[in-house]
Write a protein that binds this ligand. Structure first.
Ligand code: ADP
Length: 602
């Protein structure tokens, strides 16, 4: 169906004034267009009937006990704040995502599902839920917004867990402090919302959005997501947390542990990260040791900025490019974490489907990519480098002179400023993201396939051409073997690079999903054999990835299990998240390891 026809038939996405996960008015038109593009390439019906008795139950809990437990939770929180997952599952789309399952299901849609969703309105409510879960031994799985798409979305790792959707009612920006350039957010604050709130203050401050702006600022940070301004390492720029432990106790980290005068919050809570004693914040990121109910984040003082693109003609240029980046990044001449993207992505970010460029379902041949790139602003090239420099104009110009000079060493490279590129070119969305303005444009990738969904393979390597080559060769070879287009992006810092391979697949195609899983499993294994590990992964690969960090006969895993068992003896909080299983579940067939035929346990 044509985009214009789809547009007239689709319900309008709620505004942020109507729903915490909604879209700010200023993005309403962009959102409408983006949604229409995605729906015009969708063949799946909105939902399909579900089999079996619903809701599915948590492990080892019979229906009577479950019903009794739900009745008690309803008493505690009110009927309006608990919802059974007994209706058809609707994938929706990014801005109207489900909180019942993974909208980008890579296994069957019905597998990674909850039994119910509960909506706490305060830290005290979260404590009540956790104590309730301990009483009935029901696993709970906290989400902030549930837009962790590519890594499992809102789905729990254990089927039948109760989702704690923190964001629906806990969605306030509690403080914006212009003096310390910081804020305190609740879980349901999206990048869109934080941006709006900062704008309202009129303070000259930036937020740091990731590629798409609908995710939770807090959720992304504790999952160690990244953005693209100089504050792009989100976890490194958080300052202070409030956490509910699996026992139901609450603690504050950093300076927040020291009570302020007359019961006030500590005045340095958002000013100093480490405070005194062991630094515990890290154990609440990518873990299942606590539920974070408040978080401090640093905001960046507004500054001048200039983005640019440099193209490089040959596939094999990437090693030299990375060798050039390393000293520039170490010396902070590159102002942010730049991206080196393969030219196939210039095609994908136009939002046009693969079928527009190539009729086959096999990986698009290099010659076909070249023939299209030739007619695009980038030209017939192999790599596009997107960077941004910051500060006053004189400083930026000096940095740009060095950047131009160094990359000119790659024969045939070409430097371009946004003004030299057409108004609809992707670089303009990059300019906004790299200067603190959340965006939706990156979603256009998903149009590559009908019913488009994606998975990330995201290993870390040193910033060295030779290491890049090893991983790139594994990724390229295995994508070919399993029949996928390869979309490599390097996010490059001075000492390490995140290699992000985005596997785009059709949610309606079971064979494609099976191949995507096989591809991921092989890439994780082969990369680990060479000494490279992922920084983050989807729910179903967490066990495999966690075990690749197995130095000293799984010493780190044993340490994590020791903490888990001490903090959560009943194993109620997000069992299996980050590959950490509490003793109640360990070794009982819940782990998903390579070679397992099943995708989720019975
Ligand atoms: P997003 O921030 O992209 O909307 P989520 O809310 O799903 O994504 O958060 C990412 C992941 O981090 C979730 O899958 C969940 O396991 C974990 N998580 C999110 N919020 C919290 C929280 N407040 N406390 C503990 N874990 C959380």
């Amino acid at each position: 169906m044509a985009t214009a026809d789809v547009l007239s038939e689709l319900p309008i996405t709620p505004l942020i004034t109507e729903k915490h996960s909604g879209i700010p008015e200023r993005y309403a038109e962009q959102c409408k267009q983006s949604k229409a593009r995605l729906y015009s390439n969708k063949t799946l019906p909105p939902s399909v009937p579900r089999d079996g008795e619903l809701p599915v139950l948590p492990p080892d809990v019979d229906r009577d006990t479950f019903n009794k437990a739900v009745a008690e939770l309803t008493e505690l929180l009110g009927a309006e704040n608990i919802e059974l997952n007994d209706k058809p599952l609707v994938d929706g789309w990014y801005m109207e995502h489900p909180n019942t399952h993974d909208a980008f299901h890579i296994v069957q849609q019905s597998e990674l599902v909850s039994s119910a969703t509960v909506y706490p309105g305060s830290t005290e409510d979260v404590q009540k839920i956790v104590r309730w879960a301990n009483k009935y031994l029901i696993p709970v799985f906290p989400i902030s917004m549930g837009r962790n798409l590519g890594y499992g979305g809102a789905a729990p790792r254990v089927r039948g867990s109760v989702i704690i959707d923190l964001g629906r009612r806990m969605n306030k920006v509690l403080k914006i402090d212009g003096n310390s350039a910081s804020c305190i957010v609740e879980p349901g604050v999206s990048y869109f919302k934080l941006y709006e709130e900062v704008q309202k203050t009129g303070l000259p401050l930036w937020i740091d959005p990731p590629d798409v702006g609908g995710g939770s600022v807090l959720g992304n940070c504790i999952d160690r997501g990244v953005g693209y301004t100089p504050y792009g390492d989100h976890f490194a720029n958080h300052c202070g947390m409030e956490v509910v432990l699996p026992s139901g106790e609450v603690l504050r980290t950093g300076m927040g542990a020291l009570p302020g005068k007359n019961g006030a919050d500590n005045p340095s809570w958002q000013a100093f990260q480490h405070a005194y004693g062991p630094s515990v914040d890290g154990i609440f990121s990518q873990s299942n040791f606590g539920i974070v109910t408040k978080m401090g984040m640093w905001l960046m003082p507004e500054t001048g900025h200039q983005s640019y693109m440099i193209t490089f003609p040959r596939d094999e240029d990437f090693e030299q490019i990375i060798e050039i980046i390393r000293p520039l990044a170490l010396n902070r001449i590159l102002g942010n974490i730049p991206q080196l993207r393969n030219v196939i992505q210039e095609l994908a970010v136009t939002g046009k489907p693969k079928s527009f460029f190539y009729p086959g379902n096999d990986p698009m041949p290099r010659e076909v990519i070249r023939s299209h790139a030739k007619n695009m602003p980038c030209g017939d090239v192999a790599w596009c480098f997107y960077g941004t420099v910051y500060g006053p104009e004189e400083t930026r110009n000096m940095q740009l002179d060095i950047i131009r000079r160094e990359f000119a060493k790659v024969p045939g490279s070409k430097f371009m400023l946004p003004d030299e590129l057409p108004a609809d070119h992707y670089i303009h969305s990059r300019v906004r993201v790299c200067s603190g303005t959340p965006e939706l444009r990156e979603l256009d990738w998903l149009n590559w396939k009908p019913n488009g969904a994606h998975l990330f393979f995201a290993p870390i390597t040193p910033t060295k051409g030779a290491d890049a080559r090893v991983v790139h060769e594994i990724v390229t070879r295995l994508h070919k073997k399993w029949g996928f287009d390869s979309f490599p992006t390097w996010c490059v810092a001075g000492r390490e690079m995140h290699y992000i391979a985005n596997i785009v697949y059709d949610r309606a195609d079971d064979d494609e999903k099976r191949r995507a899983i096989a591809l991921m499993r092989e890439m994780v294994k082969e990369a680990a054999d060479e000494g490279y590990g992922e920084y983050r992964t989807h729910l179903i690969f967490m066990d495999q990835v966690a075990r690749t960090y197995g130095w000293g006969d799984q010493a780190l895993m044993r340490f994590n299990e020791t903490i888990k068992d001490a903090l959560d003896p009943n194993g109620i909080l997000a069992p299996g998240r980050a590959g950490i299983w509490p003793k109640r579940f360990r070794g009982k067939g819940y782990e998903l390891l390579p070679g397992d035929e099943k995708s989720t346990p019975p």
